[in-house]
Design a protein around this ligand. Structure first.
Ligand code: ARG
Length: 460
């Protein structure tokens, strides 16, 4: 006797290799709880619409409770022969409650069933990720607050550009992760629609009530075209794109953490619990966590491309290709969740070394722009001021000194507009404090930005 759900049509069983090739149970079993949730909502609608009777409904509920506890206790036996999570659960239900189990699939197909399961899974993943992004943002805000006035060099082209505050630098990442949160929540709107009712592709002949199922499962609406409902995975692609951006931001930050922790730079230290040693070099303490996160960005970006490629050649409606959507999606979620959890924790394990940051900011003529701005305020056109300061910097380079080391008379050789008050603008503190507008690096603005970000965070 053949065991497959569709086997009466076939003259011979599929080969073991084909069975293994086409089966998905070993990875899609993690959708089990969503699958049961979807089935229970479907059954509730079937009984409300008089498509099954109350006894069948009670049997289905009882059987599913039993299955749930078997899965939770690890006793549930998953069979490759039964192909996927859906058929495994349905088969067990029928074993437990008989005909009611066989009636559950009335008006439904695995095509709309799996599309529903994945949407429930992505929705719940988004909620987890948004929470973790919140924890991470909050930890970064604490770090920014401690260093609202700590001066470091800001870079462009990896060359010292202008002095900034470390708090301001950290807040740049807070902005990125706030946008990532918005993106996830925006994606959630399109995820949160119910495919169930589309059946295999054309809808069903039974008098179903899709809106009622949508309501039970917490969906905002139903998918309005049955062919689209079962076949597109754009919501998962969109989710992976948002996830790839999160990892891209994490990766940029990781790159900086690695550079900052290098003894040549020495801006920060990362707590030992996030680092590892070397099996040969006893002195080593390596920033493995940020390095690995930078590396894992590759796999998340890869999953996005995998899903786009999976989708691009598929004619309407459902094709088995779509079974390949799961592993990239699951791995994306696992990677993002672990990474954000560790980073939220690691943010509190970063020790800043203000002296090293300050020393670096003092090299590289970081206040040259301030000097040019000073001359402009005294009446010189900006391009002329730029030229005058460039000449002054060149002299400093030749003499191996800083702009602030020059005497007043020396500076006046580059512009007669220079007066005694110039030295105030050449200091690092003066430079950052002067950039006192929304989005600027002044400590005062950093504090305002932190307050704003905390409000935003509390609003979600
Ligand atoms: N395991 C399948 C998937 O992940 C479920 C849907 C299969 N439907 C079908 N007609 N073969 O997409």
């Amino acid at each position: 006797k053949k065991s497959e759900a569709w086997s009466a049509r076939f003259n011979e069983p599929v080969s073991d290799l084909v069975k293994r090739y086409t089966a998905s149970v070993f990875f899609d079993k993690r959708l089990a709880l969503f699958d049961i949730q979807g089935s229970l909502a479907h059954a509730e609608m079937l009984v409300a619409q008089n498509i099954i009777n109350a006894r069948d409904h009670a049997d289905i509920q009882r059987g599913m409770q039993q299955i749930l506890s078997e899965i939770e206790s690890g006793q549930f036996v998953w069979l490759l022969d039964l192909e996927d999570v859906h058929l495994n659960i349905e088969k067990r239900l029928t074993e437990l409650v008989g005909d009611a189990g066989k009636r559950l699939h009335t008006g439904r197909s695995r095509n709309d069933q799996v599309a529903t399961d994945i949407r429930l899974y992505v929705r719940s993943s988004i909620d987890t990720i948004v929470g973790l992004l919140g924890d991470f943002r909050s930890a970064l805000l604490d770090l920014a607050e401690q260093h609202a006035a700590t001066i470091m060099p800001g870079f462009t082209h990896m060359q010292v550009a202008q002095p900034i505050t470390f708090g301001h630098h950290v807040l740049a990442y807070v902005e990125m992760f706030a946008r990532d949160t918005e993106r996830m929540l925006d994606c959630r709107k399109r995820v949160n629609r119910l495919p169930l009712g589309a059946a295999a592709l054309a809808g069903t002949t039974f008098p179903i009530d899709r809106l009622c199922v949508a309501k039970t499962l917490g969906f905002d609406d139903v998918c309005h075209n049955s062919l689209d409902a079962v076949s597109d995975r754009d919501f998962a692609i969109e989710f992976c794109a948002a996830a790839a951006l999160i990892m891209t931001h994490v990766s940029r930050m990781s790159e900086e953490l690695v550079i900052w922790m290098s003894p040549r730079v020495g801006f920060i230290d990362i707590a030992d619990r996030f680092c590892t040693g070397s099996s040969i070099m006893p002195q080593k303490k390596n920033p493995d966590v940020p390095e690995l996160a930078r590396g894992k960005t590759g796999r998340v970006n890869g999953h996005l491309i995998a899903l786009l490629t999976l989708m691009k050649g598929q004619p309407l409606a459902y094709n088995k290709d779509n079974q390949e959507d799961k592993e990239p999606l699951f791995d994306t979620v696992d990677t993002i969740v672990d990474t954000l959890r560790i980073f939220a924790d690691m943010a509190g394990g970063i020790t800043v070394k203000p002296e090293a940051m300050r020393a670096a900011a003092l090299q590289g003529y970081a206040t040259a722009t301030d000097l040019a701005d000073y001359l402009v305020k005294k009446g010189l056109p900006f391009r002329d001021a730029h030229e005058a300061v460039a000449l002054a910097v060149r002299t400093c380079v030749d003499q191996g000194c800083d702009l602030s080391d020059m005497r007043l008379e020396e500076l006046q050789k580059f512009s007669s507009l220079v007066q005694e008050d110039v030295f105030a603008v050449l200091t690092l503190e003066g430079s950052v404090a002067a950039r006192n507008h929304v989005g600027g690096t002044a400590p005062e603005q950093v504090k305002l930005a932190i307050a704003r970000a905390r409000q935003q965070l509390a609003a979600i």
